[in-house]
Design a protein around this ligand. Structure first.
Ligand SMILES: Nc1ncnc2c1ncn2[C@@H]1O[C@H](COP(=O)(O)OP(=O)(O)OP(=O)(O)O)[C@@H](O)[C@H]1O
Ligand SMILES: [Mg+2]
Length: 352
């Protein structure tokens, strides 16, 4: 097929991660002001070229950057299908922009539709839908104003995060809060620095998993479950997969060895996690692929943290990207994984 790859690339001049010096094994790493995380969700050329090379094993691939010229380029090129990894830039519906353009141009594309992409980026909205469908997710509120946290009825400890970001943007060790004072400080930070609602939710104390899925309907495949092993983090590090954990503690040079895949869990828990993920995938109408983050509550019940219909796919195993990690455990190469996603989309559109 004639395929196109739509993407957003991290600006080369951006010093994306400034060194945190020193990152200490204390319960508070209060240096987040130094971190520029604006482009954390966007891909590097390394990833974009790796995706292109993987698809080129079977198709011809044209790169199209998801900028203001994307519409004209897609209309003129009219590819048979688009592999979309563009995260977008402006607004809460940013991930939906390329898919919306493609629907207007009647061009098939991989992944979820604009509605699902927009809902999943809005963690509060996603949780409202999950709650309606009785899928476990921590109790929460979203606030737009600092006064709204005065009479908060949630049980501490809490976690507070920007309502609509990914790649742990805005989530630091300090986002884990034990009292109103800490909550107020973090709410102010999020409202001021991220210009969006803050999502405040009860902290899930149990084990954490992330679950990669490929396919549609009855053919949806749950890949081997990845566990994040907090016992292997530095001593006293707050057990959350925070910005510090994802991008600073864990680097290509010093990969963090805190993942286990397949997770060592009993069959019962595995079935529960799979069932919760499949139901979530279905009620949110995810298509072709997604990665779902899960954590166990006090009772050991899997709760949904959030859903990523555009999962991160860093190609280098040293980067510890969880979707490719799960695919490797399932015996798929990077290219097998991506071509399987493309095939799921092509089947869905009945173009193969
Ligand atoms: N309610 C919660 N209880 C316990 N830990 C949580 C909770 N919410 C978030 N976390 C921790 O914070 C991490 C990041 O949160 P979340 O997945 O919402 O952020 P994200 O930026 O969307 O992540 P991604 O990089 O997967 O897109 C989680 O992996 C988990 O470790
Ligand atoms: Mg997450």
């Amino acid at each position: 097929m004639n395929a196109a790859l739509t993407f957003n690339v991290k600006p080369e001049s951006e010093t994306f991660i400034e060194p945190l010096s020193p990152i200490r094994n204390t319960t508070r790493v209060n240096t987040q002001q130094k971190i520029i995380d604006t482009f954390a969700e966007w891909d590097t050329w390394e990833t974009i070229y790796a995706v292109r090379d993987a698809l080129e094993l079977y198709h011809s691939v044209t790169l199209i950057e998801a900028d203001e010229n994307a519409f004209d380029k897609l209309r003129d090129l009219k590819p048979d299908i688009v592999f979309n990894v563009a995260e977008g830039f402006y607004g809460i519906s940013r991930e939906a922009q390329i898919p919306a353009i493609l629907e207007m141009l009647n061009i098939p594309y991989t992944g979820s539709d604009p509605l699902t992409l927009s809902i999943c980026l809005d963690k509060g909205r996603t949780k409202e839908i999950l709650t309606y469908h009785k899928i476990p997710t921590p109790s929460f509120i979203t606030v737009n104003n600092i006064n709204e946290i005065k009479n908060i009825a949630l049980r501490f400890p809490l976690i507070i995060k920007p309502n609509a970001e990914g790649s742990s943007k805005g989530i630091f060790s300090s986002s884990f809060v034990n009292n109103k004072e800490e909550l107020t400080r973090e709410a102010e930070r999020i409202l001021n620095e991220y210009h969006q609602s803050a999502l405040i939710e009860e902290f899930l104390p149990g084990r954490e998993f992330t679950v990669a899925m490929i396919g549609n309907g009855n053919e949806t495949e749950v890949l081997p479950i990845v566990e994040i092993l907090y016992q292997d983090f530095p001593e006293n590090f707050i057990p959350i997969y925070s910005y510090e954990a994802k991008w600073i503690l864990d680097s290509k040079e010093n990969p963090l060895d805190v993942f286990s895949c397949p997770a060592s869990i009993d069959k019962n828990l595995e079935d529960q996690i799979k069932e919760t993920c499949l139901r979530t995938y279905s009620v949110l109408r995810c298509r072709d692929w997604s990665r779902i983050d899960i954590r166990l509550d006090e009772q050991g019940i899997p709760n949904i943290i959030e859903v990523n219909p555009l999962p991160g796919i860093l190609p280098d195993p040293q980067d510890n990207s969880c979707f490719p990690k799960a695919a490797r455990t399932a015996g798929m190469s990077y290219s097998d994984m991506l071509n399987k996603v493309l095939l799921s989309a092509a089947k869905r559109y009945s173009i193969i």
